[in-house]
Write a protein that binds this ligand. Structure first.
Ligand code: GLN
Length: 468
């Protein structure tokens, strides 16, 4: 008999067992940067309590949790502790959930494999020679290895969906603004979202409905959409019009197989499905990296060793203090992106790079709007590969950035997108991405529930689910 997730934090004994279980697993995986669960004082009455009451939840280390570290995976913030809660965290706590720890990530969210982290390189629970994905790799691995049922991540260009897909779990990037960004350390503010990773669509929905909604502390936040709106009954795939963006010839066989599996589910359900092409898809990565680095250059200016973080013991003057702090505190990928962001914005060339990227972003946004006037749903790959190898045998930095094209489209357009596991190929999980129209987050989750029934996900053999 498996123990219930709502009971692991109920008593000192169950907590002890839980802590030991997680610590053993995380020795191999490196999903957590900080793990400090405590007994939950919630009443824990399963009938009256909220769906997330007593639920242990892991949080990506770029979301502020009072008195927990807030490192963003950076050496510069290694000893920084948050004095306050992000709005999403405040809402989870108010609903009775328990924050048990902070998870590993690419430094400031910049990466696709959690290997730009200065603090922990997360391994994939399906094969520890491979990446868990990134940048929310720790959050995805923690769910996949059964250490928590749900975690929060952030998604600026795919950082929730890609690791969720690499680890065989569900990952939602909500509509831009649907979840407050207050307390999320900014990477690229016009693209950043707080997302949810979960073992089932039901739990994903329970947590999303708690954290979603307008927030006076984030002017870009928007009102929550009521559950089931626009209405899509979970079992009713037949009423949907679905656009299918086929995998590229060059995408891995496991990715193409995942697409076929999902297409078959729709075909069996009698769904109206049609192959589509996305104009501008080939430019998505270039547009994304131009805009994201431009915004990152501005957002990361605050990490100067004066206002935040580690600083050298001695410097001749303030300029040198900043230079020494940033040289020692920031990793190569972050430095590269600040340089790139400065380059695309430099005087005289602004229009050639940044301006052009903004115009293309508007086109991509329009193309998505047109698409959703004809279809309710877009089905596409998440990433051209399954979880790739860590180290030299993996993808090159350039290949990784090119590979972000499928996921970055949703961030550029502001629409919601969800990674759904479909099965296993050669021992690795293979997901697909479903994208919906602006504000259609609950409709997407409803589709994920139907797909969950048709294609129930497996767990990695080495890390069986002790709690469920
Ligand atoms: N891989 C993308 C990047 O490196 C996405 C990151 C993210 O969504 N935070 O920027």
């Amino acid at each position: 008999m498996k123990a219930d997730w709502n009971t692991v934090l109920a008593t000192a004994e169950t907590l002890k067992e839980y802590r030991a279980g997680v610590e053993t697993r995380d020795k191999d995986l490196g999903a957590f940067l900080h793990f400090s669960p405590s007994v939950s004082t919630e009443a824990g009455n399963p009938d009256s309590a909220s769906a997330v009451s007593r639920l242990p939840i892991a949080i990506k280390d770029n979301l502020a949790v009072t008195d927990f570290p807030l490192t963003c995976g950076s050496r510069l913030l290694e000893h920084f502790t948050s004095p306050y809660d992000a709005t999403a965290i405040e809402r989870l706590k108010a609903a009775g959930a328990s924050i048990v720890g902070k998870t590993a990530m690419d430094e400031f969210g910049m990466g696709s494999a959690t290997d730009t982290s200065a603090l922990s390189e997360t391994k994939n629970p399906w094969d520890t020679s491979r990446t868990a994905g990134g940048s929310s790799g720790g959050s995805a691995a923690a769910v996949a290895a059964g250490m928590v049922p749900v975690s929060l991540g952030s998604d600026t260009g795919g950082s929730v969906r890609q690791p969720a897909s690499f680890c065989g779990v569900y990952g939602l990037k909500p509509t831009y603004g649907a979840v407050s960004r207050f307390g999320l350390v900014a990477y690229a503010s016009s693209l950043d979202t707080v997302g949810v990773i979960a073992d089932t669509p039901d739990r994903l929905e329970a947590v999303f409905s708690v954290i979603a909604g307008e927030d006076a502390k984030d002017q870009t936040s928007i009102a929550a959409f009521s559950p089931g709106q626009p209405p899509v009954a979970p079992a009713d795939l037949s009423s949907l019009r679905v656009g299918i963006l086929r995998a590229d010839e060059g995408d891995e066989p496991g990715v193409r197989e995942a697409m076929t599996r999902v297409e078959d589910v729709f075909r069996t359900a009698g769904t109206e499905a049609e192959t589509v092409t996305l104009p501008f898809l080939e430019y998505a990565s270039a547009v994304y990296y131009t805009i994201a680095t431009a915004e990152a250059g501005a957002n990361l200016a605050r990490f100067d060793g004066i206002r935040y973080g580690e600083r050298p013991l001695y410097a001749e003057n303030p300029d040198e203090l900043v230079r020494l702090s940033r040289s020692a505190g920031l990793g190569d990928e972050v430095k590269l992106r600040i340089l790139l962001g400065t380059y695309v914005l430099r005087s005289g060339f602004h229009d050639q790079y940044y301006g052009r990227a903004q115009r293309l972003r508007a086109r991509i946004r329009q193309a998505m709007q047109d698409l959703f006037s004809r279809f309710d749903l877009l089905v596409s790959p998440v990433f051209p590969t399954l979880a790739f190898r860590l180290g030299r045998d993996g993808l090159t930095p350039y290949q990784r950035k090119q590979a972000d094209r499928y996921t970055t489209v949703a961030n550029l357009a502001g629409v919601p997108a969800l990674a759904v596991p479909t099965g296993v190929h050669d021992g690795l999980p293979a997901g697909v991405q479903i994208t919906g129209r602006m504000g259609g987050d609950y409709a997407l989750i409803a589709v994920a529930k139907a797909l969950h029934q048709a294609l129930p996900p497996a767990a990695p053999a080495t890390y069986p689910r002790i709690w469920s």
